[in-house]
Design a protein around this ligand. Sequence first.
Ligand SMILES: Nc1ncnc2c1ncn2[C@@H]1O[C@H](COP(=O)(O)OP(=O)(O)OP(=O)(O)O)[C@@H](O)[C@H]1O
Ligand SMILES: [Mg+2]
Length: 309
Amino acid sequence: MDKTGPTLRAGTASTKSPLAGSRMEGAGAAGPRPETKRARSVCIVSGKGGTGKSSVSASLAALFGRRGATLLLDADLGCANAHILQDVHPTHSFADVIAGDVGVADIVTPCANGVDLLAGGSGFARLAGLRSYELEMIGRGLEQIEPGYEYLVVDSAAGLSRQTVAFAAACDVTVLVTTPDVTAMTDAYAFLKVFVRQCAAQGIERPMPLIVVNRASDEVEAAHVAQRLQDVVSKFLGLPIEFLGFLPDDRAAFRAMQRRATVVDGEPDSELARALSTLSCSVLARLARVPSPGAGLRLARGGDWGRES
Ligand SMILES: Nc1ncnc2c1ncn2[C@@H]1O[C@H](COP(=O)(O)OP(=O)(O)OP(=O)(O)O)[C@@H](O)[C@H]1O
Ligand SMILES: [Mg+2]
């Protein structure tokens, strides 16, 4: 049995790529760098907005930070808010990197308890539609600083943009957050469909995202939601996806956010904090099983992920 879970193979799901073959881990223009340790990376995505990506990312980063240096990358570029839950006021963001004023290493903002932040920049519409070479530039900068971290957590933008898929495809593991809302489930499926198609078009093999059901009333409801999504993905994409875990609907999320704290730090005794702790163990177990050449390397390798024109 494949212990790394379901893997998306190039050319699956009626997404024939014009590119011959597929790029394997460690291959590519930048070449393998086996001698350098890279941060193990997880990308949190959803499709629909407001499903809890930033809340989950912030708590995972806080929990990982207790184990080793952790970098939180706010990939909600132009509409970023991960700095709020870290209670920091970054002076620089990816807006400055794209403007060519500074490098990625220059925008690292130290937060508390072993977590550093790469801020996404707020109020810059241009950042939501980067070109491929700009994503590669971010990848090269990330590659330089990744060896200083054990873990990288990427908090994604909502939606199906090519750059959101690029960040997801760059990370070792992708977690797809949905809620029981039918609109969130529909958009979760839409994300999976686009992810599968774009990875195939790029000719790369990536593991399928793992489902997390947030704001569920209980485990039974979460399992039901996951099963419905699994059935649709199996029927229309012909691929299996795994249910990683569930998070309860809990007012602690709101209370922590109001205090600019993560749930695990600000509401440590809540049911949600306990579930996040369980989820972080599941993510860590996944990260231990998959290759980790570095998210920066995967982004820097290039590909037609950016805005067209
Ligand atoms: N398990 C939960 N229980 C109750 N409320 C939650 C839970 N998770 C998140 N929320 C609330 O949902 C709202 C949206 O959360 P969050 O900002 O993390 O979502 P998001 O997916 O990052 O949104 P966006 O797509 O805008 O970036 C917040 O008010 C947050 O407190
Ligand atoms: Mg968010």
